[in-house]
Design a protein around this ligand. Structure first.
Ligand code: NAD
Length: 394
């Protein structure tokens, strides 16, 4: 074998037998060097294999609306599960405090399509969790345009960008609002869906779009239909701070804190044991975990569109809630009965066998005492919510 040398460049013989050339070169230098080189070579080849073994590639997950209530718990759960959450939020109803230490992009899905595309192109997330939405069912009846434009256009922009960059894994925040007034309870995923407000309509429209995308493009998605999200972190550091609160637990706690003079219970003659409405309450920590199992399932198999109820299968009445808040806070605030509200069904309870069977998920923190104790701890330590006031413009 001949080795020609031209300046600093080695030219190998025709056929390029690099390895045998190296061996013969080393043999010329001498045996001890030969063994040292061989050992060094093996060591160098061994290191990357060890690194690959020890450090599995961390999957990035884009979380739209990740600075909001449920989003803030889910990004924490994602990190704990070994994912890297990347947050995209307009901060219209979200809070910067909840995303400290995470990568945050401030933008509006309705308008900032270029930013969204840049993020997908550069961050290359393996999947997306889509929370970003307006969320008040009552307001959506008065301002349907606000809801259709934000919730639907934002979603379509996201979907278009995901298609462009071939990101086919999505967990979507759907809602029990897709069922409207159910004909029977507990409500199963296949039961009749007939939303009674524009908010619920936006959720079912998005689910339908996802079904078409599955059929046409093999788009892989899971819609999680949450029942009543509630509660706070057990250490009291994260909690519910909607700019315009409409949920029963924070409102009744405000009465216990003296921030409102009473808490009104709407209706006491429903066909339920105590006459007040019954709802299925799901602790936000359990809800966050449901996103982790959903995401893992999307990565494990291509199963097209799937929908799951996220609840407990049990219900608590409005009176149960108020009683527990009085007990935990030790404050006997006024809680008079008001008239029934239109479109408030007597009972909304989820059937939860499907998510348990297929995703292995089950609520752990959603007993009423844990829910109220955690919410009380949060509201007591954060009477004005997070410090930044980024109130939604009405
Ligand atoms: N809270 C519940 O009980 C409940 C029940 C069922 C379903 N959901 C759904 O869960 C999701 C999260 O609810 P939440 O209670 O955490 O609400 P939230 O208002 O706290 O969070 C929504 C987040 O989305 C952001 N956002 C809204 N529009 C946006 C846009 N166009 N671009 C970028 N960011 C935008 C907001 O700033 C906010 O941070 C929503 O989709 C909601 O419909 C909530």
């Amino acid at each position: 074998m001949t080795v020609k040398r031209t300046g600093t460049v080695f030219l190998f013989p025709k056929g390029g037998k690099l390895f045998s050339w190296l061996i013969s070169a080393l043999e010329k230098i001498g045996k001890p060097f030969y063994w040292i080189f061989l050992g060094f070579f093996c060591f160098i080849a061994w290191i990357p294999r060890q690194l690959i073994k020890r450090k599995p590639k961390v999957k990035k997950i884009l979380v739209t609306g990740g600075a909001g209530y449920i989003g803030s718990f889910t990004i924490k759960a994602l990190k704990e599960a070994g994912f890297e959450p990347i947050i995209f939020d307009s901060l219209e109803a979200g809070h910067k405090e909840t995303v400290k230490g995470y990568k945050l992009y401030i933008g509006n899905l309705q308008k900032d399509k270029f930013l969204l595309e840049k993020i997908l192109r550069e961050e290359k997330p393996a999947g997306v969790i889509h929370f970003a939405s307006y969320t008040e069912a009552g307001e959506s009846v008065e301002k349907p345009q606000k809801y259709f434009i934000n919730n639907i256009i934002s979603f379509l922009n996201l979907l278009q960008a995901m298609m462009k960059y071939q990101i086919f894994n999505l967990v979507f925040s759907s809602s029990a609002a897709v069922y409207g007034e159910p004909k029977k309870v507990p409500i199963g995923e296949e039961d009749f869906k007939s939303p009674i407000n524009p908010y619920g309509e936006t959720k079912i429209m998005i689910e339908k779009i996802l079904q078409y995308y599955d059929k046409a493009y093999g788009f892989n998605s899971i819609a999680l239909r949450y029942f009543n999200a509630c509660g706070a972190a057990l250490d009291g550091f994260l909690g519910e701070a909607h700019p315009h609160e409409t949920h029963i637990i924070p409102l009744a706690i405000q009465a216990a804190l003296g921030q409102r003079k009473e808490f009104r219970i709407y209706g006491n003659d429903y066909p339920t044991p105590d006459g007040s409405c019954i709802r299925d309450y799901i602790h936000v920590i359990d809800l966050a975990q449901a996103h982790i199992v959903a995401l893992k399932s999307l990565f494990a198999k291509k199963a097209g569109f799937r929908a799951y109820n996220v609840g407990t299968g049990k219900g608590y009445s409005n009176i149960d809630i108020v009683k527990m808040i009085k007990k935990v806070s030790g404050v006997d605030f006024p809680s008079p009965f008001g008239p029934k509200r239109e479109g408030d069904p007597a009972r909304l309870i989820a059937k939860v066998d499907k998510i348990k069977k297929e995703l292995g998920w089950q609520a752990k923190y959603s007993d009423l005492k844990t829910i109220i104790k955690s919410a009380w701890k949060w509201h007591q330590s954060h009477p004005q919510g997070y410090n930044i006031s980024q109130g939604r413009k009405k």
